[in-house]
Design a binder for this molecule. Structure first.
Ligand code: SF4
Length: 209
C-alpha cells in the first residue's frame, strides 16, 4: 500500500494559500474528499507525517509567499479547529505579517465540542470569514451523513457556534455539499435552517471519486 504521508503544510489553490494543520477530525463524512485520494486540486499529498508546529507552519507560509494570494485559508485534510491554539497563533502571525490579507477558516463547526468550551470569541480580530459546514437539514440526517463522534448533539452545537461567531467574525456562512443526494427539497430545508439562524447558505461543488 502506498504511503502518501508528507509535510505539505501550505499549498496553493487558485489565488488562495491553504494551510493544512491536521488530519484529525471528529467526523467521518460519507462524501469527504479524503476518501478520493491523497491531495486536492493537484496539491501534493495532504496526509501529514506528523502535525506541524506553529514555527513550521509559519515557515511553510513564508516559503510559499503571500504576495500573489488573495486569501489564506485554514482547511486541509482534517478539521483545523482540532488544533485551535496553533490555528490562532498562525492567524495572529498572518494578521501581523500580511496586513490586509483576508483569513478564512473552513470548519465543521464543532470547535466548542472539540475544546469542551465556547470558542467563537477566540476568532475575534483574527479571522475574516468562517465557513461552517451544515451539510444536512436535520440532526438525524446530519448524523447519517457526517457520522460525528459527538452524535446528534453535534447538529445543534455547530449552529450555536456559527450564531455565536457572528458577534466576532465579519462574515459567517454555512455550506452544504451538492452531492447527488442533496435534492432541491433538502437544499430548501437547509436554507430554512440558515434563515432561522440568520446565516447565508452556500452550496459547494461535489467532487466524486
Ligand atoms: S468534516 Fe470535513 S474533514 Fe471531517 S470528515 Fe467531514 S468532510 Fe472530511
Amino acid at each position: 500500500m502506498t504511503d502518501y504521508r508528507t509535510m505539505t503544510i501550505a499549498y496553493r489553490v487558485g489565488k488562495g494559500l491553504y494551510v493544512n494543520l491536521t488530519n484529525r477530525c471528529p467526523c467521518a463524512c460519507t462524501f469527504c474528499i479524503r476518501q478520493n485520494g491523497p491531495g486536492v486540486y493537484g496539491s501534493d499529498s495532504l496526509w501529514l507525517e506528523r502535525e506541524p508546529t506553529v514555527e513550521e507552519t509559519v515557515a511553510a507560509i513564508e516559503a510559499e509567499g503571500c504576495s500573489s494570494c488573495d486569501e489564506l485559508v485554514f482547511c486541509g485534510y482534517g478539521e483545523p479547529t482540532e488544533r485551535l491554539d496553533v490555528l490562532l497563533a498562525v492567524a495572529r502571525y498572518v494578521r501581523t505579517s500580511f496586513p490586509g490579507l483576508p483569513i478564512r477558516v473552513n470548519t465543521n463547526g464543532l470547535s466548542d465540542l472539540i475544546a469542551g468550551r465556547p470558542t467563537a470569541a477566540l476568532f475575534a480580530g483574527l479571522v475574516d470569514v468562517l465557513s461552517v459546514s451544515l451539510n444536512a437539514p436535520t440532526a438525524e440526517e446530519y448524523v447519517k451523513l457526517c457520522r460525528p463522534k459527538f452524535g446528534a448533539a453535534a447538529f445543534d452545537a455547530l449552529q450555536k457556534f456559527a450564531v455565536d461567531a457572528k458577534a466576532y467574525v465579519p462574515s459567517v456562512v454555512m455550506s452544504v455539499v451538492g452531492t447527488p443526494d442533496m435534492t432541491p427539497e433538502k437544499i430548501a430545508d437547509c436554507q430554512a435552517v440558515c434563515d432561522r439562524i440568520g446565516i447565508p447558505l452556500r452550496v459547494r461543488t461535489y467532487t466524486p471519486s
